[in-house]
Design a protein around this ligand. Structure first.
Ligand SMILES: NC(=O)c1ccc[n+]([C@@H]2O[C@H](COP(=O)([O-])OP(=O)(O)OC[C@H]3O[C@@H](n4cnc5c(N)ncnc54)[C@H](OP(=O)(O)O)[C@@H]3O)[C@@H](O)[C@H]2O)c1
Length: 359
């Protein structure tokens, strides 16, 4: 191709790069905004490839694990560490810009693993990429949360792992985040009594007035978490949906009822020191109260009923049986700050980066 035509065709490709491995809390210094370019022509060597135009990126807490340069083999969770100098990769929503992969056509909307950049080239078979089916009332950005990994986790965690019964007391931590807001609403649909905690009064207001929680409290304002749990769950807790882990989990163990259940969705309070997590001291309560504690995560084993989940939950949304809140931030320039922000509780609802217009 003539050089002039190539230059004309070259597209700008802003990228968010991991500049330094993260130790402790992430800071802006760990990331760099790189101004790169990409040639929107693919298949020069005859292999199949998809070029994605990224639209929305999910700001997921689990990304923190991948930024430390450690693979944590004992944790056995994929995807593994992102290498220093590489573009951040994670879940997002994109439009197929060019394709020589017979499974994807130009113009298809997809969600799955992509890059924190304007365009992402995926050669051979994508690691994880699914076509988006259109449903009324469903924004495509919802595939970063409600219909992405977090929403599916809330659904699997409540419906399949916890299966709470009518009247049971359910307590949810990080309740105003992407997972918590949905886990609480799914538990309400099972006619449970649902209490949530979050770190600002604004979030507490949302939990009670938008998401329909029976009660909620601002854990950052409580000087004695045990006293708060006694106040909000005076008859004890039948199901703890744990998004946080650490000292809060330790305290909750004291408030669990006999034959109750702790479903562990995540442990965000530990992600910035996974190499030396906090100790839990009250585990003997598992024995004396016959508490079942079960963790889960979304992987290929549960993705086989993902389509059924989307059908069911889009119907719930359409019928206004559930509602969903996301917190969009414009531009890759703000992506690093958005990721840092979730560890300070700055997001209200699912944190999403808006990269480009859908068209
Ligand atoms: N099992 C799975 O397959 C799966 C899938 C997706 C996500 N998850 C897990 O689910 C949990 C929630 O994810 P999400 O997407 O809902 O998160 P999110 O929307 O990003 O919300 C994160 C919230 O967690 C709270 N938080 C942050 N650091 C904390 C700390 N040190 N102590 C207590 N609270 C803290 C903050 O809210 P406040 O402080 O204001 O409450 C923050 O806004 C995470 O642990 C994540 O890893 C699990």
């Amino acid at each position: 191709m003539a050089e002039a035509t190539m230059q004309q065709a070259t597209k700008r490709n802003k990228q968010v790069v991991l500049k330094e491995y993260v130790k402790g809390m992430p800071t802006e210094d760990n990331f760099e905004l790189r101004k790169s370019t990409i040639l929107p022509f693919i298949n020069p060597d005859g292999t199949k490839a998809v070029l994605l135009k990224n639209l929305y990126l999910a700001v997921d807490a689990d990304l923190r694990r991948q930024l430390s340069g450690e693979d944590y083999p004992q944790i056995q969770l994929k995807p593994c560490a992102i290498k220093r100098g590489s573009v951040i990769s994670g879940y997002g929503v994109a439009k197929v810009f060019k394709s020589t992969n017979p499974d994807y056509n130009e113009g298809d909307y997809v969600w799955g693993i992509t890059g924190w950049e304007e365009y992402t080239m995926i050669k051979d078979d994508p690691q994880f990429l699914r076509k988006i089916k259109h449903y009324p009332d469903v924004n495509k950005s919802y595939y970063t949360g409600l219909f992405g990994i977090g929403g599916f986790a809330a659904y699997v965690g409540i419906s399949n792992v916890a299966a709470p019964k009518q009247g049971e007391v359910v307590y949810i931590s990080a309740a105003a985040g992407g997972v918590g807001q949905l886990a609480g609403q799914f538990a309400k649909l099972n006619n449970c009594y649902v209490v949530g905690s979050a770190g600002t009064d604004e979030k507490v207001h949302l939990l009670k007035n938008k998401f329909g929680f029976d009660d909620a409290f601002n854990y950052k304002k409580e000087t004695d978490l045990g006293a708060a749990l006694t106040r909000y769950c005076p008859n004890g807790i039948d199901l703890y949906f744990d998004n946080v882990g650490g000292p809060l989990l330790d305290e909750v163990l004291l408030h669990m009822n006999p034959n109750s259940k702790i479903v562990v969705s995540g442990m965000i309070s530990q992600y910035n020191h996974l190499e030396k997590p906090d100790g839990i001291h009250n585990l003997f309560h598992l024995v004396t109260k016959r508490i079942v504690m079960e963790g889960f995560h979304i992987d290929n084993d549960n993705l086989n009923y993902y389509d059924e989940f989307v059908d069911k939950v889009s119907e719930m949304l359409y019928c206004k049986n559930i509602t969903y809140l996301e917190d969009p931030k414009d531009g890759l320039e703000n992506a690093a700050a958005a990721l840092i922000g979730i560890f300070y509780g700055e997001n209200i609802g699912k944190q999403v980066i808006v990269v480009a217009d859908e068209d």
